[in-house]
Design a protein around this ligand. Sequence first.
Ligand SMILES: [Zn+2]
Ligand SMILES: [Zn+2]
Length: 380
Amino acid sequence: MVKTTKTPTPTKPAAVKPPAPKPAAAPVVAVKAAAAVAPAKPAPAVPVKDTPAPAPAKTATAVPAAKKPAAAATPVEVVAAPPPPPVKRVPAQPLPPPGPTKSGALFYDSHMHTPLCKHAWGEPEEYAQQAVKAGLKGIIFTCHCPMPNGFWPTVRMSESEFDTYLAIVQRAADAFKGKLDIRLGIESEYFPGCEEYITSLHQRADFHYVLGAVHWQAKEYLNKFETGTIENFRRTYFDHLAKSAESGLYDCLAHPDLVKNYHPDSWCFAIVKNTVSTALDRIAATGVAMELNTSGLNKSYSEMNPGLEMLRMMADRKIPVVLGSDSHKPVRVGEHFVTALNHLTEAGYENVSHFLNRQRIDLKISDVLASLKKAADHNA
Ligand SMILES: [Zn+2]
Ligand SMILES: [Zn+2]
């Protein structure tokens, strides 16, 4: 999450370590072959760097173009160009068996960052180390995505860093193989008008989890939508939240009441309750999950995102919830998860979810609570 009150120091975090040479294991992060990313519509204004296939032998086995049987060929026949061979996907690194690991770990922290976003600190391996301590089975990196047209560039990886992102997540996944399941996700900006860019972005790697985020703090967002009253702006935010779910682009919506940090002193849930209710009806109709983000406790309106009242309204509508610490430093991985799970129970939930391969996995909250304690004790 982007901090709203404490402006990150302008000093750049330590340079990201270059990826270590890859072992022969099949990558978790299967980069799609460039052929797969060709957009159906005209390219966006800012050129999207094609994601190169890392090593032809690993990513795609060349499929010979279909040949006409020799007997059918005649000297005068004009043979049309064969269709491109089907893109062979790398078989993703197998998912861990469902259920708890030997140490009892079961759950994932599904929201954290890397130094590539310029306001997070620590190497992916340090986040992973903390996750093991916290008794987690896995983590999903969801760093801030690149955006076109210079959209708020100081808080995200650039286009040219996208491949490095894939590589450092892969590096950590290899380093923690057998100890922690590490997967690739992305925190993908929702900004009206950028849908085409975002659609092609999501095709550029085999993301396990795509977390949609409306960041009202972006200068571009404020310039366009900060019109009228404070309440009006908050209503616009919740409308965009629902639109982001309706776009079909995302698995889950990040920190879904982030706008309470806009003029936090005057935030009053009762005033926006009807607006939230309408937005949640629209979101529930899409089947998209919503996040309970524990980093809200560190923001100007100090409460998880969303707060308990909104969580109850989500429970009434059976909207699945994914937990995320939104760590921008390693020590926060898995932070406040027990409190968050208790909030969910209090709101009326029995299950909590996470995603793998963009498929939702629902777990019993009671099982997750027991697993966190058991695995953390085991790993202590
Ligand atoms: Zn985040
Ligand atoms: Zn952030």
